[in-house]
Design a protein around this ligand. Sequence first.
Ligand SMILES: CSC[C@H]1O[C@H](OP(=O)(O)O)[C@H](O)[C@@H]1O
Length: 361
Amino acid sequence: MAVLNYSKAVVPMKSMNWNNQCLTLLNQTCLPQAVQMIECKDWRVVAEAIRRLEVRGAPAIGAAAAFGLVLGAYEIQNDQGDFEHNLRLVAEELKETRPTAVNLSWAIDRMLAVVSRLDSAVSTGAIIQALEEEALAIAAEDRQVNKRIAEFGAALFEQTGMSVLTHCNAGALATVDFGTALGVIRQAWSEKRISRVYADETRPLLQGARLTAWELKEDNIPVTVITDNMAGWVMKKGMVQAVIVGADRIALNGDVANKIGTYSVAVLAKQHHIPFYVAAPLSTFDFSMETGEDIPIEERNPEEVTTFCGIACTPAGVDVFNPAFDVTPHHLITAIITEYGVLRPSYRNAIDQLKQQRGGI
Ligand SMILES: CSC[C@H]1O[C@H](OP(=O)(O)O)[C@H](O)[C@@H]1O
């Protein structure tokens, strides 16, 4: 695995790039201190990068896993045994890297569907070419989808000069490019609808303080970083007029899994009569899941909580609970912004109407 260090001046805001059988990832665990790219030529390196949150964010890990499957296909093309069977083994290992974001399984299933549609007589080389084209399509669609979400979402900010709070990072770093919640913020800023962003630091891994603040500073969008326990007071003081977040999995009734702490922010927003928006592409919806009750919640290494920048901040041996996500019930969500428009309660009806409009999903 080659590691390349860039000066900040040249780094693309994109989370990843694919070229000549190599997936280059912007290593998000090094930001904002260092801009480091990881060159992945082995699918196992991609899988580990997803597990370690070197690449993270629901759409971003979906796209990364898709390119990881292409790397796997190149590796196994001359192996003994059935190519499609061996490919599905790689696909399953990529799917298992993180359980909550449905975009991961959505992307892998979309890639495998390409293989299923091909004539059984086609060459392995033709299969690999089709897989590579599909992964590139997933990545290319991402920016277009995020731009549409941004246009629909920005219109929700009806005043000028509003302040908005966000949690975690749903930016260009969490997607292939431009971002979902931060995409809406970028568009609303360009239309002068918002004047400042309050970014929750988002313990324990600080995606807000490290990544959202980095993205917004790079874009010269005014950002104020707050600790997670300040969100209520910021709302009480009237310092924000809206909340917008991303999502990792959305159930058919509109329950939303997102970074841990999102539920608390939604309860606070309700208490203070502040609109709470979720921005997410259709690939974040789980059409097999009626409610958020069954959304798998990833639990991560306790050391993410017991240490801070590598320094122990708890006594040794204490018990730790470290869920990476929580589920916000649909009744706390004002609207869900998608690339097909803004969904409002009842979300089940809205999603059914969307399915009818599109002749299915
Ligand atoms: C645009 S999806 C971003 C979504 O993913 C983040 O989780 P993680 O940093 O663990 O990958 C967080 O839930 C964001 O809202």
